[in-house]
Design a protein around this ligand. Structure first.
Ligand code: PMT
Length: 316
């Protein structure tokens, strides 16, 4: 077999693996209704405007059917939330597919001491946050920004890996059909590498008097169908997170060769707020440094992506 035939055979195997995943995990509640709302939102994109789907936060993997215990992975959601704000400022519509507990756009800029959660004691409200009446003036600017951009922001929370996967597929297909190259998929979420198949999951809570056996299966790499079947015309950006700097760029290049998408944002866990490297499918590598961490590095990342996406739209 030639290298190309080998690659094709391995791609087919990966596609099959993804299909099996969707056969094993049921769709989230009200999935069709949510996708209809997403469709309406995308349909509002003006002819000269663009839409970005941002994935943000970690994914929870249940290990029991009636879930008490679960496996989780790392991500605060700060990258996704800050990026959403800068995409909005650059004129994009934003679909923010985020873990329900992770950081949200604008909300992240309000110090927790100023927030109140009880209804009735607040002077102002946006999204899920209410601010104490006597503190309103301190966060007025943030609240005004949030109010300005709310019509262009679709917040879609998920909790489990399964919900994340179903929404990722459903929304990507809509973006492809409605906008094609005018849509970007910015996959900053930290997706679990392992999950428990339905048939390997006990119905009830595991008990601590017996040492449990948990059978983990590999999560299929959704970037392959995402970039090649669900949204082949959209501009697709994935992220690569490593802890060892010596392998980072090679891993990013390998991801581009495997999934055939447009850009990888490569970052190291410990320095991810200070430096990232953008690796393009053309082979170009751009390092972005942000020595002053009082500023968000996402401002600089989004600036480059907005430009690259513009060139991509022109070419297509
Ligand atoms: O949230 P913060 O605390 O601000 O941190 C930001 C971040 C470090 C989480 C972010 O910058 C980042 O690097 N996100 C990707 C982390 C990750 O899990 O990488 P990965 O190597 O597992 O996945 C690579 C890419 O494939 C990712 O874009 C991921 O969304 C996608 N993926 C992964 C697994 C899978 N089954 N399907 C996928 O599509």
């Amino acid at each position: 077999m030639t290298d190309t035939q080998n690659a094709n055979a391995s791609d087919q195997e990966d596609y099959r693996h993804c299909e099996e995943y969707f056969n094993d995990v049921s769709a989230p509640l009200a999935f069709d209704e949510t996708i209809s709302n997403v469709q309406l939102f995308i349909g509002k994109c003006a002819p000269n405007q663009r839409t970005v789907l941002i994935t943000s936060g970690a994914t929870m993997v249940p290990i029991e059917q009636n879930t008490v215990n679960y496996i989780d992975n790392f991500s605060t959601g700060a990258r996704g939330a800050a990026s959403a704000e800068y995409f909005l400022e650059n004129g994009y519509q934003v679909i923010f597919l985020h873990r329900n507990t992770s950081i949200k756009p604008y909300e992240r800029l309000i110090p927790s001491a100023l927030k109140v959660l009880e209804v009735g004691s607040a002077a102002c409200c946006f999204s899920t946050v209410k601010v104490k009446a006597d503190q309103f003036v301190k966060v007025r600017g943030v609240l005004e920004q949030a109010a300005k951009y709310t019509p262009s922001l679709f917040l879609l929370p998920y909790e489990s890996l399964g919900e994340y996967m179903w929404f990722l597929r459903g929304i990507s297909i809509e973006l492809q059909q409605i906008l094609g190259s005018r849509a970007m998929i910015y996959s900053a979420g930290a997706v679990a590498d392992f999950y428990v198949l339905q048939r390997d999951m006990p119905e009830h809570k595991l008990h601590s008097d017996v040492e449990p056996t948990i059978k983990l299966s590999l999560t299929p790499k959704m970037l392959l169908p995402l970039s090649n079947k669900w949204a082949p015309d959209c501009y697709v950006v994935s992220f690569k997170l490593e802890t060892d700097p010596s392998i980072l760029i090679d891993r990013a290049k390998k991801a581009l060769m495997t999934y055939h998408h447009n850009m990888v944002v490569a970052n190291i866990l410990a320095t991810r707020r200070k430096t990232v490297t953008l690796v393009e499918s053309t082979g170009k590598v751009i390092q972005i440094d942000n020595p002053n961490q009082a500023n968000d590095i996402e401002l600089l990342i989004v600036k480059v992506l907005e430009e690259r996406h513009g060139e991509y739209i022109k070419r297509s």
